[in-house]
Write a protein that binds this ligand. Structure first.
Ligand code: C3B
Length: 834
């Protein structure tokens, strides 16, 4: 294509080539142009929202320039690419991130100011892109940032949901879900109406032989839906590399609607077909760590996987390489089991469409895929019913059965006559109906399986995937501890802290080499530095206090200890234990004399997080938190000594405000249940200390920062099973007395109708306390006493804060992505000349 363009034409193209703006003037020119032409407004009716739109469009144009060059460079180099398949990308806002990564926020700030706008207010206009639930989706977003920053040729593939995670309102203390229609104005996506894939569902399989007498399977009939690509540029920090996130949107295959039906007067059904097709990418399933087995979810998974693989294969085929080189050009990472059908789909493409032999195809498939496990919770492990898959994807079911047969035959050869082993590792679970265990399929079809923190990776090897370690050997299983991008979670969220760190570490190099934070240790005794450090935290608390006052009408004292737990509401994360602890604190304060009370450390207990709409218990917990807040916050006797605040609609942009404002945050899951956690890393990176259990990445954080800088408590993962057993069969199990006192108070009606909270109490007291709330409660309270004491020593606290940040270098998602690149994907960076 390149060579076919004659020189005079090239000249004309070059002459008018779009150039990125380089200074304030250039930025302003672009901004005003967008206000006046794209938005058809003027200085007289350009409000903040229009200023945001124009600013975003100006920066989008700027991104496109690097983006086009990156794509050309990657195509030309024909280098191996990694494809990150994730049903969730929890991106948050894009404008601030784009300005900072490009390095032109200062230009924009000055430019906007001269036009009458404060950049902070303009940034606030943007809706979060909330195409994810929690940790798994946000991890994918951090990975994209690191992949671009490190110049890896990488693509993200996901779904373009019309509705992201719902918006949460709190009405009378209860969660109410409101749809998140975020696409109203989204300058960050490029519809590619020319990049479409037809996706087939239902139908049947015809088995025939070809002219060579070879058996072939043809998948026929059924219905077709069209996948349309929407591309989102992902700028790296301090590099021109701008990668692509491709999100698929579903459309009726016949175009807008069926004209045949329409012309025959069958208006309704012509529109219904169109709507049915569009339903596939309409909404993100709002469950976190929970599998519901819904047909539409399976349709989403296949739709997205099939479109992505078609795209990947199409790109590979352009290079005209033989199939056996596919794994040298393509690495595909499965973000949890959600995209596991990709394994089956690639085998189908290679065998049914490209005509490869089964074994040759299977070798290519298994060398291509890697699988990341993110949870051991049984209720989160995906299983699809065999009849459902047979109905929706008849050929895929056959392939799954063949994969399973060949796998089990090899197990039989390795471990003859161990029938129970075959039953345990089979991809098919012999229940009624039979179920497909997607994690087993993912393991069998991948060359590497990784967990997301050391403890978690050990747990999967010794519990849920133990048999597979016996079969494949330990080398197939590995650990890649999660990380976070310091660009968004330090530089963007906490600009003043970032600036202070830069002033002490010799510039912003720490943003791309986070281990440079260790230079801060040299300054830990520098009085001015310490004062500034503490001041920045205080100012962040003032900002959060103002937000709480403005939105909830609750006055909190920024001198109080801010104690934060923000994450999805889940029994395993134990927000119930936190609120029980707050009630205990309240009761203790109430029992004190005014003199005693005056000596206590004031606290603000801050909660935030969404409950899955169908997770009744989680919703009750939200209600309890709000009910306790209602009483405590209005108790004159208590005043500033305790406030309980629930911040509605926790999302990425709220996290950017809340996390820098925390003194202590809670990561208190039952040991062995939180695979990693990533907010723990964000809090510590922003100078907050944490209280936590020996779970997930808390353990590695402790190892890095030192156990004198973290408040650990509670039972260990290795004891959880025995404790659970003792709850039911132990005979002498008794409820923790402080907890019994808390329950008494709830049941007395202090926080409203006790019926409302009966289930939360019963789960602990009467139904086996599966999450060990009572077992851990005593050490939880004792550890909070230590937190209070430590906080009273302001200087000691600041030392802990500085040293912790200095030792957080390991938790950059850059380190994490480099480990994937080397250990799993075998890919190299590809840098442009800057
Ligand atoms: C989460 C886990 O619960 C977290 O511990 C972990 O840090 C992140 O993934 C990222 O690895 N997770 C999630 O958000 N959703 C799931 N379905 C499973 C795990």
């Amino acid at each position: 294509v390149e060579a076919s363009i004659p020189e005079p034409q090239r000249e004309t193209w070059r002459k008018h080539q779009a150039k990125p703006f380089a200074d304030k003037d250039g930025f302003q020119r672009e901004l005003v142009r967008h206000v006046e032409t794209t938005l058809a407004r003027s200085m007289f009716n350009c409000d903040e929202s229009a200023a945001y739109s124009a600013c975003a469009l100006a920066f989008r144009d700027r991104l496109v320039y690097d983006w086009n060059r990156t794509q050309q460079r990657q195509t030309l180099a024909d280098a191996k690419r990694v494809y990150y398949l994730s049903l969730e990308f929890l991106m948050g806002r894009a404008l601030d991130n784009a300005m900072l990564n490009i390095g032109q926020k200062d230009i924009a700030k000055a430019g906007l100011a001269e036009l009458g706008f404060r950049i902070e207010d303009v940034i606030e206009q943007e809706n979060d892109a909330a195409l994810g639930n929690g940790g798994l989706g946000r991890l994918a977003a951090c990975f994209l940032d690191s992949l671009a920053t490190l110049n890896y040729p990488a693509w993200g593939y996901g779904l373009r949901y019309r509705y992201g995670i719902f918006k949460q309102e709190i009405i009378d203390g209860y969660q109410v879900e409101v749809p998140d229609y975020w696409l109203d104005f989204n300058p960050w996506e490029f519809p590619r109406h020319d990049v479409t894939v037809d996706i087939q569902f239902y139908g049947h399989v015809v088995k025939t032989t070809d002219e060579n007498g070879r058996v072939v399977h043809r998948w026929e009939g059924g219905e077709t839906v069209k996948a349309v690509a929407y591309d989102v540029p992902i700028p790296g920090y301090g590099t021109s590399t701008t990668n692509n996130l491709r999100l698929w949107s579903s459309k009726a295959a016949s175009g807008e609607f069926d004209f045949q039906k329409f012309n025959n007067g069958d208006y309704e059904s012509s529109v219904a077909d169109q709507q049915r097709a569009e339903t596939i990418s309409a909404v993100l399933y709002p469950n976190d760590n929970l599998d519901r087995g819904k047909e539409l979810r399976l349709k989403q998974q296949y739709f997205w996987v099939a479109a992505s693989l078609y795209d990947i294969v199409r790109r590979f085929k352009k290079s005209k390489r033989p199939w056996k080189e596919f794994p040298d050009q393509v690495a595909i990472q499965l973000n949890d089991t959600h995209p596991t059908l990709a394994i089956v789909e690639l085998q189908r493409i290679l065998v049914d469409i490209e005509g490869l032999g089964w074994d040759e195809a299977w070798d290519i498939v298994t060398r291509t895929f890697g699988y990341t496990n993110h949870t051991v919770l049984p209720e989160a492990l995906e299983k699809w019913s065999v009849p459902l898959v047979q109905h929706l994807l008849p050929r895929h079911l056959q392939i799954i059965y063949d994969i399973n047969l060949f796998f089990l035959q090899s197990v039989e050869r390795q471990f003859p006559n161990d029938r129970d082993l075959l039953r345990r590792v089979s991809i098919i679970e012999e229940t009624n109906p039979k179920m497909i265990r997607m994690a087993h399929l993912a393991i069998v079809g991948s060359h590497k399986v990784n967990g997301v923190a050391e403890l978690h990776s050990d747990l999967i090897k010794t519990t849920i995937f133990k048999d597979f370690v016996d079969i494949y050997g330990p080398d197939k299983f590995t650990n890649v501890t999660n990380g976070i991008t310091p660009r968004r979670w330090l530089h963007q969220a906490n600009p003043r802290l970032s600036e202070l760190i830069a002033s002490k570490t010799g510039g912003y190099g720490f943003l791309t080499d986070l281990t440079q934070l260790n230079k801060l240790e040299l300054h830990v005794n520098d009085a001015d530095f310490r004062r500034e450090w503490a001041e920045i935290k205080f100012n962040n608390k003032v900002r959060l206090a103002k937000y709480i006052k403005d939105t909830l009408g609750i006055a909190v004292n920024p001198n109080a200890l801010f104690d934060v737990q923000v994450k999805r509401i889940h029994e395993y994360k134990r927000q119930q234990m936190n609120i029980f602890g707050a009630i205990h604190r309240y009761l203790t304060l109430k029992e004190m004399t005014p003199e005693e009370r005056a000596k206590q450390q004031p606290r603000v207990s801050i909660f935030g997080g969404k409950a899955a709409p169908g997770y009744w218990m989680a919703k009750q917990i939200i209600h309890l938190i709000n009910a306790v807040g209602e009483v405590v916050n209005n108790d004159k006797e208590i005043g500033d000594l305790l406030k309980v605040v629930f911040i509605p609609d926790y999302n990425v942009s709220k996290a950017e405000m809340i996390i820098p404002a925390s003194d202590i945050s809670e990561h208190i899951s039952t040991a062995g249940t939180e695979a990693s956690g990533t907010s723990n890393m964000k809090f510590v990176l922003n100078g907050g200390l944490i209280i936590g259990t020996c779970d997930g990445a808390n353990i590695e954080i402790t190892r890095e920062i030192g156990d004198e800088n973290i408040f650990l408590f509670g039972n260990l993962a290795e004891n959880v099973e025995d404790l659970r057993h003792a709850h039911t069969y132990g005979g002498d199990w008794t409820l923790d007395p402080s907890l019994a006192r808390v329950f008494e108070e709830i049941e007395r009606g202090t926080f409203g109708n006790p019926q409302d909270f009966a289930a939360i109490i019963s789960a602990v007291r009467d139904h086996g306390d599966y999450y060990l709330v009572s077992d851990d409660f005593h050490s939880y309270l004792e550890t909070h006493k230590l937190v209070d004491e430590a906080y009273r020593d302001k200087e000691g606290w600041t030392t802990k804060s500085i040293l912790s940040v200095a030792r957080m270098g390991f938790f950059s998602s850059d380190r994490c992505i480099n480990e994937y690149a080397e250990g799993i994907w075998n890919i190299e960076p590809l840098k442009g000349e800057e």
